[in-house]
Design a protein. Sequence first.
Length: 86
Amino acid sequence: MKLQPIDFALGPRPDLDALADEFARTGVISIPNILTEDCAVALHNLLRGRDDWSQVINSGDRLVELDRKTRAGMDAAKLKQLDDAV
């Protein structure tokens, strides 16, 4: 699969001081709209178009890995059973 490059571009940030203050206070921040809309859409499309994703579920001492093909082949009852277990 050939991947198209993405030009990452950050969105405008008039609130940098407030974000820095929050991070200094809490050690954690959430930055809404960190990417420009065009960049976010391009990244979304790139990631949605990939077929090599896998879902990894850690359940204590057990690790389960499902590729997209396996997950797509699961019926609704099996998906519900998986969701309930998680």
